[in-house]
Structures are given as C-alpha cells and as structure tokens.
Design a binder for this molecule. Structure first.
Ligand SMILES: *Cc1c(COP(=O)(O)O)cnc(C)c1O
Length: 393
C-alpha cells in the first residue's frame, strides 16, 4: 500500500464539501463510527494505560473469537508480524522460504533481514494468487516454509498448499495483511477464516487495510499454544520474566489507543466486506464484455473481501488509462509495478527476468480502482463511465 496516499487522502476529504473520489475514504468511514470511536479513545486517555492493558487483551480475545483461532498476539505492524513469525519458527540463514514475487515488499524484506533465502513462485494470471504447482517445483532440500500471500482480499489455495506442506514437512506462514475476514472452504468441507489455517497467520492494521487502525498495528494468529508463548516472548525482547532474556527478541507492541479503535472496527468488519463486494459487483457489471478489460476472477473455495479491485488492461495502454482517470479526478494505483525478483534489493541469479512470466505480465497490466466502504452509486457510475469512455474513443 502506498503510505503517502493513505495519509494524504484524509486531508482532501475534510477540506472539501463535495466528496472527492479516493482510493480509500477513511474520513467518511470514521464519521459513521465517530461516537463509538471518540468514546473509546477518551476512555483510554482517562486510563493512561497506553501500552498493553485491557484494550489490547480484549482485542486479542475479540480477534481469536472472530477468526476462530486459539491465540492472537498483537504487535506493532504487519511487517514485524511476518518477521516475528519467521523468528518463532526458528528459521536460520541458509533455509529457504517459498513465496510470491507479486506482493508488497514486506513479505520478502523480513526474509532477507533474517538471512533466509527467498525463493519465488509465480502466480495465477486471473486471481493473482501464488500458484501451488510452481511452489511444488521450487522445493529443495533447504526449503523450510511457504509464505502464501492472500493478495487483494482472497485466499491462496490453502487446501493444496497445506497438502504440499504436509508432504514435505514445511511450515506455512499466511500473510493475511489483505484478506482478514475472508473464509476458506477446505477440501474436507470445513470453513476456516484466512490466517488461521497455516502454522502462523499474520496481519497488518495499517490504516488503509480492511481492518485498519489510526496508526500502525499488526497481529499474529496461531492454534499452537507453545508457539503463541514463544511469539509473545519474541515481541517482548525475548523475555518472559522482566529483565531476563532467554531468546533473541524485538520490541513490537500494539498500543491501547489503536486496540480500542480496532475493537470497534472489528464489529463492522463483515459489513465493510459486504460494502466492498457491492462496489466490486458494480465494477464487474460495468466492465463485463469489454475486450480490453479483464475483471478480477473469484478464486475457488474462498470468499473475497476486496482489499483491492484490480483490473488487467490487456491492450497495452494501462498507464494511459490511469492518466485519463486521474485527469477526471479519479485515483487509480498500480499494485505492484515491479515484481520482487526484479527489484534491485532482491534480484539473484536464481530468479532472472523472464523466470516468472505471469508476475511480470501482471506488473505491466494491473490497475486498481478506488475500493473502500464508502463508495456510493454516483461515484461508482462516474468511475465506470470514465473507464469505459477511455476505450470508446
Ligand atoms: C501491508 C502489507 C504488509 C505490511 O504491513 P505493515 O503494517 O505496513 O508493516 C505485509 N504484507 C502485505 C501483503 C501487505 O499488504
């Protein structure tokens, strides 16, 4: 996600009376829950319990209840959550982790920071999700874990990924920064929430995420109590007893003001996902049948919570369409313009240009339209009309 974008947007919405179209409308969303949020923040201010305390504990319990997992551990942000997950699994330099190159950089950054080797698998062209068959091809004797990313709001193929992991004795860390609330139907028919299927799930509460706070935040999820205890210890400088440090840790905690906001927004999360789906259906309907637009496909066995609504523009004019929309006051973003194996910081001889053809093609074709909980019919009509007018000229 673009941080500048998420923070600047708020200002423009507040300073105008007509509703400008934004990628994410956090001010509009706040106004709907303002009395609840203001009261909760006031309560935290009066308690002066800013770190830890009942709101953080309460949020962890609320998330465990909502997701149906045993343990939730809050932390400072989604990047930390991924790093702490890999530390908790005791991954070491030389170990390999298979993940996607078509994602936000955080997923791979923490792998690099820990001296672990990222190995990239390609994605599906229609869902943008990691391709389990390519995961299979990338497994070596050094492979220790798979990190699927539930990109744009729907879940990677966890049935197959868990089967591969079981067969090869691998850990699975689900990067669920973009799909909190999505539901997966597993091959045995059980329905599970995204982020609770692998060994550990992680998420981000960055403001523009589906469950976003008013600053930075993140969390880890697991059904393994021993692992949960280790994760808590790592978050707290490797310490369980104050000033005694048994393992290497970090300082990563969620503050109580953020937890209080998240407890309120969690109650609205399913309604938010429904609003996003309504907008997605309006987009789908408007673009159906256009030869140059591929609408996002719903993957099988997962619901979609539409963190992003991402088109493929197949006539080679994606950037011109983006400029055309921006000229009409409609923001549009390219998530992501450069796959990670082509980034200077992450390129290796093992994965060269051309090696991940789908990720590379997507980087040139994808365009994400405004997607949030406050889009109304007029705004959607303006956006779809502007997109279609680009192709009719
Ligand atoms: C946002 C995001 C992260 C990182 O979360 P932060 O809270 O910004 O650190 C990690 N992975 C993915 C896929 C994300 O979208």
């Amino acid at each position: 996600m673009c941080r500048e974008q998420a923070t600047n947007k708020g200002h423009s919405a507040m300073s105008t009376t007509t509703r400008t179209i934004q990628m994410v409308d956090l001010v509009g969303q706040y106004h709907h829950i303002k009395p609840e949020v203001d009261a909760a923040l006031q309560r935290v201010l009066e308690s002066a319990q800013f770190i830890g305390g009942p709101d953080v504990k309460g949020l962890e319990q609320d998330l465990s209840d909502y997701l149906g997992c045993r343990e939730t551990i809050a932390c400072a942000n989604g990047t930390d959550a991924l790093q702490i997950a890999l530390m908790a699994l005791d991954l070491k330099p030389g170990d390999e982790v298979i993940t996607t190159a078509f994602t936000f950089v955080a997923t791979v950054e923490v792998v690099g920071l820990l001296g672990i080797t990222p190995v990239f698998a390609d994605v599906h062209p229609d869902t943008f999700l990691i391709d389990p068959e390519d995961i299979r091809r990338k497994i070596t004797p050094n492979t220790k874990a798979i990190v699927p990313v539930h990109l744009f709001g729907q879940c990677a193929d966890m049935g197959v990924i868990m089967a591969i992991a079981k067969e090869h004795g691998l850990q699975v860390v689900e990067d669920n920064a973009q799909a909190i609330g999505a539901e997966v139907t597993m091959p045995d028919g059980t329905v599970r929430k995204a982020g609770t299927i692998g060994t550990i799930g992680t998420t981000s509460f960055f403001p523009s995420k589906n469950l976003g706070c008013y600053g930075d935040g993140g969390a880890l999820f697991t059904n393994d109590e021993r692992l949960a205890r280790r994760i808590r210890q790592i978050c707290n400088h490797g310490s369980e007893v104050r000033y005694y440090h048994d393992i290497l840790g970090v300082n990563s905690r969620l503050d109580a003001l953020q937890a209080a906001v998240l407890r309120i927004k969690l109650r609205h999360l399913d309604a938010y996902a429904a609003a996003r789906n309504t907008a997605a259906r309006a987009y789908d309907g408007a673009f159906a049948g256009n030869a140059h637009i591929r609408t996002p496909k719903r993957a099988e066995g997962t619901t979609h919570v539409f963190h992003q609504y991402t088109l493929r523009i197949t006539n080679g004019h994606r950037d011109a369409l983006k400029a055309h929309l921006e000229a009409q006051g409609i923001p549009a973003m390219v998530y992501y313009p450069v796959p990670l194996h082509l980034q200077k910081a992450y390129s290796t001889d093992r994965c060269r240009p051309g090696d991940l053809p789908v990720s590379e093609a997507l980087a040139a074709e994808v365009l994400s339209l405004p997607m949030h909980t406050e889009l109304d019919a007029d705004q959607l009509a303006h956006i779809t009309g502007s997109v279609l007018s680009f192709f009719s000229n």
